[in-house]
Unconditional design. Structure first.
Length: 419
């Protein structure tokens, strides 16, 4: 298994270009199941999860080709398959977002339960109960989900008990070709949901967003492929900002147009960094020792993002003072704490609360990436640590970060991939 070898202590200084958003491209790739003809996706990040989604699309009957580094072409001349085998479902946690489009296109779909992951059990009750309201009959047995909608999918009034990102995407993808109208209240409001809506509208979907964020979808008879550029990846931006903040450096990140950078810059400013946000770039300058943040509670967008939690914890583990995290989105998203403590951090977990006593220094050692953002936290901690850190299980990191070791090396980090 590949590893990253990081020699800590170098300041991160320079400029990098931000990648396209993983959590945008994945639902948009599943939306390509619904469209006829060719879809060209620009600003597509080179990630293992994108290749996994491509393998599912190919299995379903689409043709995928890379046009250049960051453009992907999906040609859909018909969906010939409505079952997604376990070997493909297991490759990517969020493969469940193919359920809505396949049911919509084929009238039936069988796939295996993607199962839990490092973040805890990943139930699908909100997805499945919503699809049932749209006329889909669903049976769950022996880890498989069998769905059918012989009379086609019908529009429905749906209120989500929790603004689940994946469930919002599945409902959207089931509703755009449904018979009648769907009203979806309390949907997820993440920028990646808006990106999916923009892509679907460009393909011919009729989707309105009301003042209170309710989504109103009028089913249409057909959607055609189009050319679309996905938004930049806000969590990747946070990750590279954290690399500069952790090492007392200064970094400019370009190609940020389309994301609200102020929503996450505020946390870096609370830690004492200077941040300047432009239309298409963001500049962060760290400097003296970071300051603790008394309370950070993860919330649905636009609150403090759960995907930022591990990255901020790595940073705050060397800040001056005590920071208290409350993880409200996932059941167990503290798998990175043991590794940070092994590097010399002082973090105690009490259920969904994590108390971080800032220490002056972390020390390099051998650690494992536990999940995607936990792995990113390991990189941030190792850049600031004294000595050498070996990070294993970096396949988790490759799921969401495009060429992270090259990008960080280009701005001063001493990080190498060893297979
Ligand atoms: C998406 O996951 C993102 N993944 C996650 O990013 C992100 O952390 C999460 O949204 C929250 O913002 C992608 O977009 C590919 P949810 P998703 O459905 O859709 C519970 C990353 O690091 N829930 O909003 O799975 C669920 O268990 C990844 O890039 C139910 O109980 O998130 C969780 O506790 C990690 N029943 C909470 O809701 C359901 O039917 C949030 O889940 C569905 C979800």
């Amino acid at each position: 298994m590949s590893r990253f070898i990081v020699h800590g202590g170098n300041k991160i200084n320079g400029e990098i270009k931000l990648q396209g958003a993983k959590n945008s491209i994945l639902p948009i790739l599943s939306a390509a199941v619904l469209t006829d003809g060719e879809t060209v996706l620009r600003n597509c990040p080179e990630l293992s999860d994108v290749y996994a989604a491509g393998r599912i699309l190919t299995h379903l009957g689409c043709k995928i080709k890379k046009e250049n580094n960051n453009s992907l072409v999906v040609v859909n001349n018909g969906i010939s398959e409505n079952t997604i085998p376990d070997r493909l479902m297991r490759e990517m946690r969020s493969s469940i977002i193919f359920l809505g489009p396949v049911i919509s296109r084929c009238g039936e779909c069988s796939l295996s339960f993607p199962g839990g992951c490092q973040l805890g059990p990943r139930p699908l009750d909100i997805h499945l109960n919503s699809l049932r309201k749209m006329g889909v009959s669903i049976s769950e047995e022996h880890g498989n989900i069998r769905c059918s909608a012989p009379a086609g999918i019908k529009g429905a009034k749906i209120i989500l008990p929790f603004p689940s990102v994946g469930a919002t995407e599945n409902i959207l993808l089931a509703a755009v070709l449904a018979e009648g109208e769907t009203e979806l209240r309390n949907p997820a409001r993440e920028p990646e949901i808006i990106d999916l809506i923009q892509y679907l509208r460009l393909c011919g979907a009729k989707i309105d967003i009301s003042e209170d964020s309710t989504l109103n979808i009028k089913g249409v008879s057909k959607l055609s492929g189009c050319e679309y550029s996905v938004i930049p990846d806000r969590i990747a931006a946070v990750t590279y900002m954290a690399a500069a903040a952790a090492t007392g450096g200064a970094l400019k990140i370009t190609d940020t147009a389309g994301i609200d950078t102020e929503l996450f810059s505020v946390y870096f400013e609370q830690m004492g960094c200077s941040v300047y946000t432009g239309n298409d770039s963001i500049y962060i300058k760290s400097g003296k020792r970071l300051k603790a943040i008394k309370s950070l509670k993860t919330m649905p967008y636009p609150g403090f993002p759960t995907d930022m939690q591990a990255i901020m914890m790595a940073l705050l583990s060397i800040a001056e003072g005590t920071s208290v995290f409350e993880e409200n989105i996932f059941e167990s998203r503290y798998k990175h704490v043991d590794a940070l403590n092994k590097m010399g951090a002082d973090i105690k977990v009490y259920g969904k609360i994590a108390v971080v006593e800032g220490v002056k220094k972390l020390y390099g050692t051998e650690v494992e990436a536990t999940d995607l953002r936990g792995g990113a936290a390991m990189i941030i901690a190792s850049l600031a640590a004294e000595g050498t850190t070996v990070i294993s299980n970096i396949n988790h990191i490759d799921r969401g970060y495009e060429n992270i070791e090259y990008l960080l090396s280009s701005v001063g980090a001493d990080i190498k991939r060893k297979s």
